[in-house]
Design a protein around this ligand. Structure first.
Ligand SMILES: [Zn+2]
Length: 269
């Protein structure tokens, strides 16, 4: 169980779909969420990476809207349990207008946009992300970015975009995977519209990040079920630790209120 003290846990970063060695069925994910006491989650289809692990293009001729729609249709059978993070494919997306229209039509079921810059094949510092940032601004949706010091997904690229677009919400997923969480936290603390998601962040690093940025800037995320059935195992004790250090109010923000505010918007405001 993620927490014995709350029945409202929201996981702000989970996946379904098939990519490389990963094969995640939505039914399995829902089952593990039940078992771990996770009420709701923000989900994206890991299969929509634009490049495979060898750098070969995936579905270059397929429409991004059609690809994301499959995930949307599946999650809609679970009512409001999931919100979709629409996985963008800047190498292949051609029709901004259509994309924008689709996102607006489905705004109740879509939490925001998501990109993994390395497997998208385009560094987040590129102007190619401009139209997506514009959509986020117009539709008041957050932009969630995989962050890692790989020359594509660097924290500083996301920070710079956030500073340049103070009216758009950015979420740094992983807060610099495998990198320096303290400097990632400094970026987040310095920029009011930049949030940190704790996916694959350790408990100690999470506590330090909350101390530095405040509980209103950090969201609980996990990457379930990327690591199989036991994906939630590594987050055992996280809630208790946040509760102990930052009280009920801090824990509620990190484990569900921030996610409601950013992704569910009007329904829970
Ligand atoms: Zn992920």
């Amino acid at each position: 169980m993620i927490s014995e003290y709350s029945d409202k846990i929201i996981d702000s970063h989970v996946h379904m779909g098939t990519y490389g060695p990963y094969e995640i069925r939505l039914e399995d994910l829902a089952k593990e969420m039940d078992r771990s006491g996770v009420a709701q989650a923000v989900i994206s289809d890991i299969g929509l990476n634009s490049l495979d692990e060898q750098g070969i293009e995936r579905f270059p001729d397929m429409d991004t809207i059609a690809l994301n729609s499959r995930c949307l249709t599946s999650i809609n059978t679970y009512g409001d349990r999931f919100l979709l993070l629409f996985w963008i494919r800047p190498l292949f997306d051609r029709n901004e207008e259509r994309l924008s229209h689709f996102l607006w039509e489905n705004r109740e079921r879509i939490g925001g946009l998501k990109v993994h810059p390395k497997t998208a094949g385009i560094p987040f510092s590129s102007a190619d992300y401009g139209p997506y940032i514009e959509i986020c601004r117009r539709q008041n949706k957050p932009f969630c970015i995989h962050t890692q010091g790989d020359g594509y997904s660097n924290m500083e690229y996301v920070y710079e975009a956030a500073v340049k677009n103070p009216d758009v919400t950015f979420v740094a997923v992983h807060m610099d995977l495998g990198g320096d969480r303290e400097s990632a936290s400094e970026f987040i603390a310095r920029c009011p519209n930049l949030y940190g998601d704790t996916t694959l962040v350790s408990k100690e690093e999470m506590i330090k990040a909350i101390r530095k940025c405040g509980p209103e800037k950090i969201l609980f995320g996990t990457d379930a079920l990327v690591f199989g059935r036991d994906s939630y195992g590594r987050y055992e004790g996280f809630y208790e630790s946040v509760l102990e250090n930052f009280g009920r109010d801090g824990a509620e923000k990190v484990f569900y209120k921030n996610a409601r505010k950013l992704f569910w918007k009007e329904k829970y405001e």
